[in-house]
Design a protein. Structure first.
Ligand code: HEM
Length: 416
């Protein structure tokens, strides 16, 4: 008869803080300093989360939504002050504000129409528009001077693509971008009480805006995602309400934006860091899709996702109680040598890089994975074609936003 592995008490790492400046600068150096092969799961009191580092454990969590609820996925990392909570509640922003935080059957109710309207045809049809947007953004660059690639390309590209995909009028996009910034800090950062109130106010405005957008689209349909969801609503208004459509748009407006901005930033950074990588891609653009997957493995743009246990479980040899909040360190799973040989080496030609968990797995698997990868590929094709001699500018800062889940350079100074 098989014997159960011996249970150990959960190790505690009092100094583990993913919002610490040293961690934000180089989380992989922190990872390398931890004894994760002996302690694959540990408790971080600075967060009140259990950190899960091993690929197999994170994958098991994603594949078992009954034991691991998604309810913490967007939970503010710090408890909110009552004033911020009241503003959010009045604005219809619940603690599980959208599908990525919901468990079945509530999740299924939103996910099904999301996937139905997000057809491969609709994504493939975006290719020409993405190429044209890349060209337009690069046309605006002065190649004679150093420029910030984030401002020039990686930020505006996915924002413009996802907002036009959703059907957001051009004039409203700047506001929406600003609200998305508040959302990142509110749920994944550590805002002070007065900042929480400001973020909560913009969240209420953001949700109000999306409700109005759905109402306006209901009377003036277009060839866009919001209208495709409204067509599903028409078939059976009880199965997908206007409020639920606004919630799906809330998911997409954020998920389709910062994730991809950061992916392109990380991709270009990792290629330029070692010129031979960049030159190999310039010489052979067929390496680009592999480089995108390798970036998602090696330096993903969503390094952490969260779950909470619904019952007592044993994970990574550690007993966890019901209600244990889990910090699924996706970035660490990409460096797991049991799955990826020589994991700290960046290799665009690595076989099996696409087995990364950067898009999650199971019922919440990223709805926009193919769109995000398409945008990254076309951005890099445009960039290598236009500026084959591109290089990083020495001595410029490369700051990162202080939050746990969305990582990419806030500025990336390059010279054509
Ligand atoms: C390109 C980089 C991207 C990364 C690394 C990424 C990563 C993720 C991750 C980790 C999850 C959670 C998975 C889970 O809980 O199991 C997720 C969910 C999701 N993503 Fe993405 N994403 C990206 C791009 C996009 C884009 C472009 C869109 C849409 C336009 C999108 C839409 C969504 C949605 C709607 C969900 C929620 C799915 C659900 O709860 O069923 N993502 N993504």
């Amino acid at each position: 008869m098989a014997t159960e592995p011996e249970q150990v008490q959960c190790p505690v790492r009092a100094d583990f803080d993913p919002l610490d400046p040293a961690f934000l600068e180089d989380p992989y150096a922190v990872l390398a300093s931890l004894p994760v092969s002996e302690e694959p799961v540990f408790y971080a009191p600075a967060l009140d989360y259990y950190v899960v580092t091993r690929y197999a454990d994170v994958e098991a969590v994603f594949l078992d939504p009954h034991s691991y609820s998604a309810a913490t996925a967007q939970l503010p990392l710090v408890p909110l002050v009552p004033a911020a909570r009241e503003i959010l509640a009045a604005g219809g922003h619940r603690p599980q504000p959208s599908m990525v935080s919901l468990d079945p059957p509530a999740h299924t109710r939103l996910r099904r129409p999301t996937s139905r309207a997000f057809t491969p045809r609709r994504v493939a049809a975006m290719e020409a528009q993405i190429r044209a947007t890349v060209d337009e953004l690069l046309d605006a660059v002065d190649p004679a001077a150093p420029f910030d690639l984030v401002a020039a390309l990686t930020f505006p590209l996915p924002a413009s693509i996802v907002f036009s995909f959703m059907g957001v009028p051009e004039d409203d996009r700047a506001r929406l971008k600003e609200w998305c910034g508040h959302r990142a800090t509110l749920a994944w950062g550590r805002p002070a009480p007065d900042e929480q109130v400001e973020h909560a106010e913009s969240m209420a405005a953001y949700r109000g805006y999306l409700r109005e957008l759905v109402a306006a689209k209901a009377d003036a349909r277009g060839d866009d995602y919001a209208s495709a969801l409204l067509a599903i609503h028409d078939e059976d208004p009880e199965a997908l309400t206007h409020e639920e459509i606004a919630s799906i748009l809330f998911s997409l407006s954020f998920a389709g934006h910062e994730t991809t901005n950061n992916l392109i930033g990380n991709l270009v950074r990792r290629l330029l860091e070692d010129r031979s990588r960049w030159e190999a891609i310039v010489a052979d653009p067929s390496l680009i899709p592999g480089a995108v997957d390798e970036t998602l493995r090696f330096d993903t743009s969503v390094p952490v996702w969260r779950r909470v246990t619904t019952r007592p479980v044993t994970l990574g040899g550690v007993d966890l109680p019901e209600g244990a909040k889990l910090f699924l360190w996706l970035a660490a799973t990409g460096r797991d040598g049991a799955v990826f040989p020589d994991p700290d080496r960046f290799d665009p030609q690595r076989e099996g890089a696409h087995h990364h968990l950067a898009f999650g797995k199971g019922i919440h698997y990223c709805a926009g994975a193919s769109l995000g990868k398409l945008e990254a590929r076309l951005a890099l094709e445009g960039l290598t074609g236009r500026f084959p001699g591109l290089r990083l500018v020495e001595g410029r800062p490369m700051p990162f936003h202080p939050n746990i889940s969305f990582r990419g350079p806030l500025q990336l100074w390059v010279q054509a």
